[in-house]
Design a protein around this ligand. Structure first.
Ligand SMILES: Nc1ncnc2c1ncn2[C@@H]1O[C@H](COP(=O)(O)OP(=O)(O)OP(=O)(O)O)[C@@H](O)[C@H]1O
Ligand SMILES: N[C@@H](CCO)C(=O)O
Length: 353
């Protein structure tokens, strides 16, 4: 009998202003995998997984299971747990609502989908914390993957590892996720780099139900790698304290009902990443300074979403005015945008059919 299951992973917005690499928020755009495993007949030769794809990124995503991020992560999880290959007769359809390279956690969602896929294919019953360890071997900042896995408004840190675990956690990604199949007649060994235990730790903050997220999404991609290259390695004490003060206030302020725009708008300012990324995102400083709670009633705060270029506005009302005015400002810079009103989402789910 064939086995079918679905994996659904939400998009995420990381940082929320001052929480660079620390906080993430899951949002109601999803990557959904529909997976079927049909028992092979004795005469059918082994075949690689068949991947089909619809939605965002379908024109660029690799459909080769040894190149696709989600299936490479799944195979890594399987190999770490004593299973060297995908099951035979595996078909995967991915339907994706999360635009690539826009700051809405598309890669984090693909990684979490891969961890959940590997866990389910191998019937491994991994605990949540262990699944997070696998994800953190691939995407090494915890904000997006943690929020995508557990859902909601989440803060996380990476444990300081001892020297053996540090070495284990710093293996090159090409070793964790080889991009090629094993040679004909061979299997990969079952000794991939194992994640250390308990790399990531998190806490879920409260979230006021009245707060929704407006994602203003420029029509260009910016890779996270490129948006991290422009950041300095060291910061002044003044800038660090600026962010820490705001983050401490923000995590509680976003749970209070009714939310206080005066408190939140200032608490969503940042000096650690946004100032350095403005050269990559024309219009960023103008949008975040010209759209305020005074000019746009209902607005609470506005920031870059993840590594950008999407802008995230948190608001209780006035969503369309916020988005349309952001559109006008981006247009002055020659950039077209799309916008979406999103809800705060739950965590990832696996549904067995
Ligand atoms: N569903 C998917 N399946 C396979 N690969 C994906 C998928 N989604 C994203 N990717 C890969 O991740 C890349 C985008 O990752 P990147 O980290 O640059 O941006 P992002 O995750 O969308 O943004 P951010 O990390 O700022 O939220 C894509 O170009 C693609 O290679
Ligand atoms: N914290 C990360 C999120 C993007 O993946 C960054 O801003 O680079």
């Amino acid at each position: 009998m064939s086995r079918t299951f679905k994996v659904r992973v939400p998009s995420t917005s990381a940082n929320i202003g001052p929480g660079f690499d620390v906080v993430g928020l899951s949002l109601s755009l999803y990557l959904t995998l529909t997976v079927t495993i049909t028992p092979p007949s004795s005469s059918s030769p082994p075949s690689p997984p068949a991947i089909t794809y619809s939605g965002e990124g379908s024109d660029e995503v690799p459909l080769d299971a040894y190149k696709n991020l989600t299936t490479r992560v799944a195979l890594y999880v399987l190999r770490c747990n004593g299973i060297s290959q995908f099951p035979a007769n595996l078909t995967i359809h991915a339907d994706n609502e999360i635009p690539f390279g826009r700051g809405l956690g598309s890669s984090g969602a693909a990684v979490i989908a891969g961890v959940l896929l590997g866990n389910e294919l191998g019937q491994l019953n991994l605990p949540l914390g262990r699944m997070l360890d696998f994800a953190l071997m691939v995407e090494r900042h915890p904000d997006n993957v943690t929020a995508a896995l557990v859902g909601g408004f989440v803060g996380s840190y990476l444990r300081e590892l001892d020297s053996v675990a540090t070495e284990a956690a710093s293996v090159p990604l090409s070793e964790v996720l080889p991009e090629y199949p094993p040679d004909a007649g061979e299997e990969w060994g079952l000794n991939p780099p194992q994640p250390p235990f308990g790399i990531g730790h998190y806490v879920r903050f409260g979230w006021a139900k009245s707060i929704k997220a407006v994602a203003i999404i420029p029509r260009f991609e910016l890779s996270t790698a490129k948006a991290r290259e422009v950041l300095p390695l060291e910061y002044s004490r003044k800038d660090l304290v600026f962010n820490l003060q705001r983050l401490a206030v923000l995590t509680t302020a976003l749970a209070q009902e009714p939310p206080d725009p005066e408190l939140i708008y200032e608490a969503m300012k940042d000096r650690i990443h946004q100032p350095y990324r403005k050269a990559l995102i024309p219009g960023l400083p103008e949008v975040t300074s010209r759209i305020t709670p005074a000019s746009h009633p209902g607005l609470l705060g506005i920031c870059l979403s993840g590594a950008g270029p999407t802008i995230l506005a948190l608001a209780t009302t006035g969503f369309e005015a916020i988005a349309e005015d952001a559109r006008k400002i981006f247009r002055e810079k020659g950039i077209e945008v799309d916008w979406k009103l999103l809800e705060i989402a739950g965590g990832s789910v696996v549904e067995i059919k």
